[in-house]
Design a protein around this ligand. Structure first.
Ligand code: ADP
Length: 365
């Protein structure tokens, strides 16, 4: 990737903007070189998300033919599904500059200003966690997104005057795990909205096989499948588990990964047959034992588990909702029969879950 800028995060003062612990770690740590090696660089290397990739290839082709920047694009979906990867791929395909920042780091208008004034023609500005932009900064970038200009107020009181500063034409790519928290004026200024879905095991098995090759770790197709089924539908988790299994195979055997090696390595990390880790099981256990299966709110669960609500909402719940271990109802989260079965617990007599279902249960808050 070309020039990449990461700003360290400072918490903002308004809305629910405290970065999740994972986001904070990511913002403050240098990029992991192995993770970067595994990241697809071109559109042809992207696995899965076919509809998204196809729409982006159309946008790319049109932008190239017109000689104009890409339209502003908003990616949403749980962490680790490829939002940053897609931004990097678009930058590589166009051969333009890419600057990276995060909504949590842009406290004031002046924090975002250098990104705007330094943006070169056709370049890409990637704003991760864009739902964390403070309102004033958000409003400041509306004219940027519409007309490629910023309005700067000079002076104060009676003598204040606004000057319009023209900018180069460039693209803003926003990424969010909480599209519901985005204001509609901001959302509407993105010309393309792409929602990334969890990956099915076939796609994850392909990703694992390709990445095992990049890591020079021989893996059987059955072992790739075993890992794929136990990676919570998420490429980032698949990569992390592959790296662990590779180390385990080297330390305990000759480096080759087969099903018994993969199973032993995952068991050592307490990852179960559904790919759930200790935190997932603790969530279900808390919901079932402390809150009698629900309904209960994310805040109460977070407080009981001494985790941040963001971690619960962004990292733990989306996959459990998708697999229907949990459903969201107007009154809160409810554990399903599958959750009781998975933990080997007896399900009490209760109102059928279907009767209190929220039709929007699959949407992320
Ligand atoms: P996000 O920005 O949504 O949190 P990333 O783009 O950082 O997620 O993806 C995490 C990792 O998962 C990447 O480094 C890459 O190795 C892998 N990955 C993501 N999407 C894909 C994909 N479609 N095909 C192959 N690998 C992918």
């Amino acid at each position: 990737m070309a020039r990449e800028v990461k700003i360290k995060g400072k918490p903002n003062d308004d809305r629910d903007r405290e970065p999740s612990p994972a986001a904070r770690d990511e913002a403050q740590s240098p990029p992991d070189p192995i993770e970067e090696k595994l990241r697809p660089q071109r559109l042809s290397e992207i696995i899965g998300q076919r509809a998204v990739a196809e729409r982006l290839s159309i946008a790319l082709a049109a932008a190239k033919k017109r000689g104009e920047p890409l339209p502003h694009i908003l990616f949403d979906g749980p962490p680790g599904l490829g939002k940053t990867t897609f931004a990097g791929v678009l930058h590589n395909e166009l051969g333009v500059e890419l600057n990276l920042t995060s909504g949590a780091s842009l406290d004031k208008k002046m924090d975002v200003m250098p990104y705007l004034t330094n943006a070169s023609e056709g370049s890409i500005l990637f704003i991760d966690e864009i739902h964390r932009l403070p309102r004033a900064v958000e409003e400041f970038i509306y004219p940027v997104m519409e007309d490629f200009r910023v309005d700067v107020v000079l002076g104060e009181g009676m003598s204040a005057r606004t000057i319009n500063l023209p900018l180069k034409k460039f693209t803003i790519i926003g990424a969010t795990t909480r599209s519901g928290m985005l204001s509609s004026p901001l959302r509407e200024r993105f010309h393309m909205h792409e929602h990334l879905e969890f990956y099915d095991p076939e796609d994850l098995a392909r990703i694992i096989t390709i990445n095992a090759g990049k890591l020079r770790a021989p893996i059987t197709p059955e072992a790739a499948w075993e890992l794929a089924e136990r990676s919570r539908g998420t490429p980032r988790i698949a990569n992390a588990r592959l790296r662990w299994v590779r180390d385990y195979a080297l330390a305990r055997a000759d480096g080759g990964i087969d099903v018994p090696i993969a199973r032993d390595a995952l068991a050592m990390q307490e990852i179960d047959s559904e790919g759930m880790d200790k935190q997932d099981r603790r969530y279900l256990d808390t919901l079932i034992r402390v809150f009698k299966g629900g309904p209960t709110g994310a805040e109460a669960l977070a407080a009981t588990m001494t985790l941040s609500v963001d971690t619960i909402r962004d990292e733990v719940e989306p996959y459990l909702l998708r697999r229907e271990f949990v459903v969201r109802t107007p009154r809160g989260r409810v554990a399903t029969s599958a959750a009781y079965r998975h933990l080997g617990l007896a399900e009490p007599e209760r109102e059928p879950v279907e009767d209190i279902l929220d039709p929007q249960r699959r949407l992320f808050l």
